[in-house]
Design a protein around this ligand. Structure first.
Ligand code: GLU
Length: 326
């Protein structure tokens, strides 16, 4: 029997230029893979046509190359072959796990408010089991006929993360019955990511800790599709000096902007290496040097400290220091 190589993926969504936090997660995923001899796939998660733009895809790929990251084989785009996602929907259909949701998000919100549910602004209202259509008859996958939701049964799911330990998630209360195929006729992220991870033989998922709860849902979806689970490595987030999450944007502190301003990529990597305690100062280094200095045990210890502190803050002078003449 031949052993398949361990495989990870770089999976950016082309919804904006990469900021330092995105760059750090991609760099760490790549460095871990390269230092362990894993295969790396580049997958562009471009299904959401209203938010994705090929212009961003070009910027992101150029930015990753500029940093010195590489990958094995051709770039995969989720938009290129949607049939495999439809196939997964048919599996759920056979299992009677999907239904077409008659309600829009706004209607759900109104129903939740009418029921006295505390309104948390910015958080999507979940569609609970009580909100499933009353008619218990079977629904079939009919793209374009409305949001298709996956029925989530009550109970907790345990995610074993190799960096941050074990976490239990109550999927029904966190996600309700999540949308797996949208009313504008496209597979939703939670479905597409699992189908691709299974199909592309992803053994190790390395990404930001904001997706940790999603790992619970993705385990459930993988199980329904009869697939195995990847190993999870969730990374602490890089925060701004005030402790806020960085957001994808079109601004002057993105990789594309650094590139255009002629800042050497080694400076960016040197700064990122400092934020993950690989070095005390931001001494410039290449991606290759970052891999050479990468030590999994040291990495795990840093993640434990950083995750406990809620992430790592950039310093107020970090981006201006990057721009200064050496
Ligand atoms: N495409 C997602 C993003 O850019 C990452 C998805 C994942 O790693 O599972 O945030």
């Amino acid at each position: 029997m031949t052993m398949l190589p361990r495989t990870t993926r770089l999976a950016p969504s082309p919804t904006g230029d990469l900021h330092l936090g995105n760059a750090r997660s991609l760099l760490l995923c790549w460095a871990l893979a390269r230092s362990e001899g894993w295969k790396v796939i580049l997958r562009i998660e471009d299904l959401d046509g209203s938010r994705c733009d090929p212009r961003w895809e070009q910027r992101i790929i150029a930015g990753m190359r500029w940093l010195g990251l590489d990958w094995d084989g051709p770039v995969r785009r989720q938009s290129e072959d949607r049939e495999r996602y439809a196939e997964a929907m048919r599996t759920f259909d056979v299992e009677d796990r999907i239904f077409t949701c008659p309600r829009t998000r706004r209607e759900l919100q109104a129903a939740a408010e009418a029921a006295g549910a505390p309104h948390e602004s910015g958080r999507n209202t979940v569609s609970t089991a009580e909100m499933r259509p009353e008619d218990p008859g079977r629904f079939t996958f009919a793209p374009g006929s409305g949001n298709h939701r996956l029925k989530i049964e009550p109970g907790t799911v345990r995610v074993r993360d190799l960096l941050t330990g074990e976490h239990d998630f109550d999927l029904a209360s966190r996600f309700g019955d999540p949308i797996v195929w949208t009313r504008d006729d496209r597979p939703a992220y939670q479905l597409a990511v699992v189908v691709d991870d299974l199909e592309q033989g992803i053994t190790d998922v390395v990404r930001g800790i904001d997706l940790l709860p999603s790992a619970g849902l993705q385990q459930e979806i993988a199980k329904l599709l009869g697939g195995g689970l990847p190993k999870w490595w969730h990374l602490p987030l890089l925060l701004d000096p005030e402790g806020r999450r960085l957001a994808k944007r079109d601004g002057d502190d993105t990789l594309g902007a650094f590139q255009e301003q002629g800042i050497p990529p080694e400076r960016v990597i040197g700064l990122l290496a400092r934020t993950c305690e690989m070095q005390e100062d931001a001494k410039p280094m290449s991606a290759r040097e970052f891999v050479e200095g990468f030590d999994v045990e040291h990495f795990r210890k840093w993640v434990r400290r950083s995750a406990a502190a809620g992430g790592d803050r950039l310093r107020a002078t970090d981006t201006t220091d990057l721009m200064e003449d050496p």
